[in-house]
Design a protein around this ligand. Structure first.
Ligand SMILES: [Zn+2]
Ligand SMILES: [Zn+2]
Length: 345
């Protein structure tokens, strides 16, 4: 089968690899339909690692996907051949303390699609996964919407962890990439009324405004703190950080009100942030880290099926499998107004 493999820093090629086979009776084989290019794929492409997770070449990335079931093991009952499925890229053991505590996303034996040293990714024609990772959506979602459920579920989970008891809270999001926009769409679906978007790229701010952000700040032109103060004198109840940028973290602690919550979703390139602990302590800020998602796939599907979220609004470009290197180059360089690029097979 055809697969796209990373062969070095900023190097990838389309090549022929053996087709994967079912390894047990609970597995399914999936023919990929649509694959989303994720910021984490780009980290592996341009830097060869995310923190301690280092690529050994050749390696196939990709974890946001939808596909058609083409083969099932004898013990599979939740999906059948011909179903379009959303694939949850996280494979957990089910027996460790984290799994038993309802936290399969931090499973001690977790294997993630397209994560170096764990599972080969989905930028290929076929993958084999345990059937429980597949949720059938034939007749409910198209293949692009289905592939966008993974990033949307992270936005849903980030908002869930923020534990917002009321819709009148003032919120701001740093970063209008796919995850920032997913958070925005979930907040809007929850009827949160005051949502600011802080983002240095004007074309991304425009997209956030189209989707429904209440106010916009471009930190390359405006002072974030004084602009936010003009919007909301008492500052923010909740800030979502979805850019991975130290400056955003600095500004987030400044624009949060005492007792506010900072939800960290973005991945800092060198795995470090510095916090102003004087500010953090005086304001008694709560910091919440978000690791992928936990039990939010079904809700993400429901939000799209019901029309509460129009998830394809984050998509700016579509490519075929041969064009994957072009897509990666474009997304890495923020070229041509790129936000979310999708690969169709
Ligand atoms: Zn992703
Ligand atoms: Zn486990």
């Amino acid at each position: 089968m055809r697969a796209v493999v990373l062969t070095g820093i900023r190097q990838m090629k389309l090549t022929d690899v053996p087709e994967p086979v079912l390894s047990n009776e609970k597995d399914v084989k999936i023919k990929l339909s649509t694959i989303g290019v994720c910021g984490s794929d780009i980290h592996y492409y341009s830097e060869g690692n995310i923190g301690s997770q280092v690529v050994e070449y050749p390696f196939t990335v990709g974890h946001e996907c939808s596909g058609i079931i083409v083969e099932t093991g004898k013990e599979v009952s939740n999906v059948k051949v011909g179903d379009l499925v959303v694939v949850d890229p996280s494979v957990h053991c089910g027996t460790c303390d984290q799994c038993k505590a309802g936290r399969p996303h931090t499973c001690l034996n977790n294997k993630f699609l397209g994560c170096p040293g764990q599972l080969e990714g989905c930028l290929s024609e076929f993958i084999v996964m345990p059937s429980y990772t597949c949720i059938p959506v034939s007749g409910k979602l198209n293949s692009m919407q289905a592939a966008l459920i993974e990033p949307l579920s992270i936005g849903v989970y980030a908002v869930k962890l923020a534990q917002m008891e009321q819709t009148e809270l003032s919120t701001a999001i740093f970063g209008a990439g796919p995850i920032g926009l997913s958070i925005l769409m979930k907040l809007l679906a929850d009827r949160v009324q005051n949502i600011g978007m802080i983002e240095p790229l004007d074309y991304r701010l425009e997209r956030a405004e189209e989707i429904g952000a209440s106010w916009l700040v471009n930190p390359t032109r405006e002072d974030v703190v004084s602009t936010v103060k003009k919007q909301e004198e008492l500052l923010m109840d909740i800030v979502f950080e979805a850019s991975g940028d130290q400056k955003a973290v600095d500004n987030a602690t400044k624009i949060l009100k005492p007792g506010g919550k900072l939800i960290l979703v973005g991945i800092p390139p060198d795995a470090q942030y510095v916090f102003n602990m004087d500010l953090m302590r005086r304001k008694e800020l709560t910091v919440i880290n978000v690791r992928r998602q936990n039990h939010c796939v079904e809700e993400a599907i429901e939000l799209v099926v019901s029309g509460a979220v129009q998830v394809s609004k984050m998509v700016t470009h579509e490519f075929n499998l041969e064009e994957t290197p072009v897509a990666f180059d474009m997304v890495e360089g923020y070229k041509f107004g790129a936000i979310k690029a999708m690969i169709n097979l």
